[in-house]
Design a protein around this ligand. Structure first.
Ligand SMILES: [Fe+2]
Length: 284
């Protein structure tokens, strides 16, 4: 059993950010020595997947990927989102050749999957990715729009999309429902990205550092009746709009976020403003 240092667990605001946008981003997290070793391992075909359902603790022994996974920050974010020793689902080594003539269509890495339980996908970028190199593109907040794989591939340039432009060692951690694609590599260099999907092996309930949760709720109550989008608190994070949202308010997405926050906290009365309370008002 790995002992997780609590200082590396996510805090409640980070978890709310993940619930709201479907991803978290950590720049320059992995040291360059590991980045270089991972790219060597990729070139030598040394990274071997295992059967789906294998506990992560048993994967990648003796490789640079294992050293990346064992970084305390990575252990902390994995534990916060999918708990101790999640299951290996699959990995993918995405190598894009120089001046590749095409991009990937927008998609989700799943069939329609309506569970509240979620898998995470870790995307690891071991070298600098400038805009012209492509990299992953993602649509923040799309994870509640559960689609079937490439059904959304006809959509291009959605408002608010984020092209991953980063320094070496960046990590993206994604909800399995998020819409994304690999962009075209227009440089004369190879592009590498390592993706790893993990399934939770425990109920996803308050797995992060919840020490700040009571304080977050107190702050939320104080602004509950005022302008609920102004602060840096749970309610504000969960009510922040993405540019592609329906024009009036994006209420549907906010309701979806409330449902996931309730699932993760076990707090069935949690609300943002009055959106869920109104829907649940059914006097007998
Ligand atoms: Fe994908």
């Amino acid at each position: 059993m790995t002992v997780i240092d609590r200082q590396y667990l996510l805090n409640s605001n980070q978890m709310a950010e993940f619930v709201a946008r479907g991803f978290l981003r950590f720049d320059e997290l992995v040291p360059d020595e590991i980045n270089q070793a991972v790219m060597r391992d990729i070139d030598q075909g040394a990274i071997k997947g295992v059967p789906a359902g294998t506990p992560l603790s048993q994967c990648y022994q003796g490789t640079a990927i294992r050293r990346m996974l064992d970084l305390p920050q990575i252990q902390g974010l994995i534990h916060s989102l999918v708990g101790e020793d999640p299951l290996f689902d699959h990995d993918a080594i995405h190598v894009r050749e120089p001046n590749e003539g095409k991009a990937q269509g927008l998609h989700a890495d799943s069939i329609i999957d309506t569970r509240a339980h979620f898998d995470i996908q870790i995307m690891y970028f071991p070298h600098d990715v400038p805009l012209e190199m492509g990299g992953t593109l993602l649509l923040p907040g799309s994870h509640f729009r559960r689609v079937n794989e490439m059904d959304v591939a006809a959509y291009q340039n959605m408002r608010g999309q984020i092209p991953m432009v980063c320094k070496a060692g960046a990590i993206l951690v994604l909800h399995h429902g998020i819409w994304h694609c690999g962009r075209q590599n227009k440089t004369d260099r190879r592009r590498y990205m390592f993706k790893l999907r993990l399934n939770p092996a425990v109920r996803q309930l308050r797995l992060w550092n919840t020490d700040d949760l009571d304080e977050a709720y107190r702050a939320a109550k104080e602004i509950h009746t005022e302008n609920y989008t102004r602060g840096d608190d749970i309610q504000s994070i969960l009510s922040r709009r993405e540019p592609w949202f329906e024009a009036a308010s994006g209420r549907l997405e906010i309701v979806n976020r409330i449902k996931l926050w309730r699932f993760l906290t076990g707090d069935e009365r949690f609300d943002v403003h009055y959106w869920m309370s109104r829907l649940e008002n059914m006097p007998a």
